[in-house]
Ligand binder design. Structure first.
Ligand code: DQQ
Length: 466
């Protein structure tokens, strides 16, 4: 077998900026078959700050083309940053609601207000609206630094907007507005206020709210949890009532601030920001010169039992080359002979003897000194990624992911794109996304291991190529 080329730590199927910093996806929309990804971007350095909106386009959700910067902090009301927001289309006109930050200090926080930019020429130019900021003050009880990020949808009675908020800097909340023209917004009060800040955080950033099947879904990224939570529930036009306590949307501790949109094929597609784990201080320049990646585009759906499912968009399968069968068993560890690399995909069924503990090591050096271990503990009923020997970067003790199904076998779809590892469990019923930075050029091996009992796996694997 040919030795695969070792690429850099920069992912290629996952979007990154050519240089400098990126965070949240913004303004996701498909227009005349072209997908548009806008994103939080500091064009002046590989660290968080000076927020603009970057812009990229794709025809297949796999290959992205960089476009000129879309939104600049060039007005008094957004001088301290063009923060996150969304896009909606009315005929040929696209409306971008974003958070204009006038002042951003550690003391007063980001003084965010809903603002609007409009594109009338197929997303080439963007005009800020003269009525900005569209909402002059945050609602009473919501601090000025705790009011930002937008999700907009249409109902029979007009446009609705959700804004991320906190009540008294204690309870996560989402504020609700309604409009006839996307410019003048009426305050309808909170659509949800959380009452469990110890579990669900204190400020709900980046709400993403949408109908899915006969349910409604709310995704939000609470401060200080550093992760996204999901809720499925019911909507009465004024308030959202989750059917159950919020769930961790993606495990692994680097996926944040996702946004989703309906594409022209009627799919709800989500993209989230993946931060770097080898640069904990996001205000320091990253030595690589670029920082931040987007997750693969993920199709959201509901399972028969109402659980939220996420699966990579099928377009990703176009990267597959040279399908091969995988089959192995071990009481200890066995290196898989017919798959290796830093740009590949495996889809396997992993099985352990009753109550065993087994897993798959990826980005593994031949001597095993460097490796990233995906571990399934069928007794504790948990999966996690052990990054202790994965290379550089912090091991931030991300919470383990509860196994979504019963039994001593699990379906794992593992996608490796250089420094990004995405793992889809049991058909997207759970997901772990991680960042890994092996130092060694020969850390490309894959092994099956058993830590307790016997392990076996069966499945298929592909190297990826553009
Ligand atoms: N990122 C943006 C904010 C948002 C935060 C600023 C979440 O609008 O609340 O870059 O990562």
């Amino acid at each position: 077998m040919a030795v695969p080329t070792l690429h850099s730590q920069r992912p290629t199927a996952h979007f990154t900026a050519e240089r400098n910093w990126i965070n949240d996806p913004n303004g996701l929309i498909q227009l005349d078959s072209v997908y548009h990804l806008f994103y939080q971007h500091n064009p002046n350095g590989p660290f968080w700050g000076d927020m603009h909106w970057g812009h990229a386009t794709s025809r297949d959700l796999v290959h992205w083309k960089h476009q000129p910067l879309a939104l600049f902090p060039d007005h008094n009301y957004d001088a301290a940053g063009v923060f996150s927001g969304c896009a909606v289309r009315v005929g040929d006109v696209v409306y971008f609601h974003y958070t204009g930050v006038q002042v951003n200090t550690p003391v007063s926080g980001a003084q965010g207000r809903p603002c609007l930019a409009i594109s009338r020429d197929g997303l080439r130019t963007f005009e800020k609206h003269p009525a900005n900021p569209l909402v002059a003050e945050p609602p009473a009880g919501v601090g000025g630094g705790d009011f930002r990020d937008h999700s907009i949808w249409r109902e029979a009675d007009g446009w609705h907007m959700a804004v991320g908020a906190s009540i008294e800097q204690k309870f996560g909340a989402v504020w609700h507005y309604r409009s006839d023209d996307l410019v003048k917004w009426d305050d309808l009060g909170p659509m949800i206020v959380d009452d469990a800040p110890a579990r669900n955080g204190q400020m709900w950033e980046c709400p993403d709210f949408f109908a899915l099947g006969n349910q409604h879904v709310l995704l939000t990224s609470p401060i200080p949890l550093a992760k996204t939570i999901s809720m499925v529930g019911s909507w009465n036009g004024r308030t959202f009532t989750p059917a159950a306590a919020p769930r961790t949307h993606v495990y692994g501790g680097c996926f944040y601030a996702p946004q989703s949109f309906w594409d022209e094929a009627g799919r709800r597609i989500e993209i989230g920001w993946l931060w770097e784990k080898d640069q904990p201080q996001n205000r320091q320049p990253h030595p690589r010169g670029w920082a931040g990646a987007m997750s693969l585009p993920r199709v959201l759906s509901l399972a028969d039992n109402g659980a939220l499912l996420a699966q990579p968009a099928p377009e990703i399968e176009r990267l597959r080359r040279d399908e091969r069968a995988l089959e192995a068993a071990t009481q200890d560890e066995t290196v898989l002979e017919n798959i290796a690399g830093d740009y590949l995909e495996m889809h396997v069924r992993l099985e352990a003897s009753a109550g065993g503990r087994a897993g798959i090591a990826v980005r593994r050096s031949p001597d095993g000194a460097e490796q990233t271990r995906i571990i399934c503990d069928f007794a504790r009923r948990e999966l996690w990624v052990d990054r202790t020997h994965a290379g550089s970067g912090t091991d931030d003790n991300a919470d383990p992911c509860p196994l979504p199904s019963a039994g001593d076998a699990i379906d794992l779809r593992i996608l490796i794109d250089h420094s990004v590892l995405e793992i889809y469990i049991d058909g997207g019923r759970a997901c772990w996304i991680d960042r890994i930075y092996p130092a060694r050029a020969d850390s490309i091996g894959v092994s099956l291991f058993a830590e307790a009992g016997i392990a076996s796996l069966q499945g298929r694997a592909w190297e990826w190529a553009e």
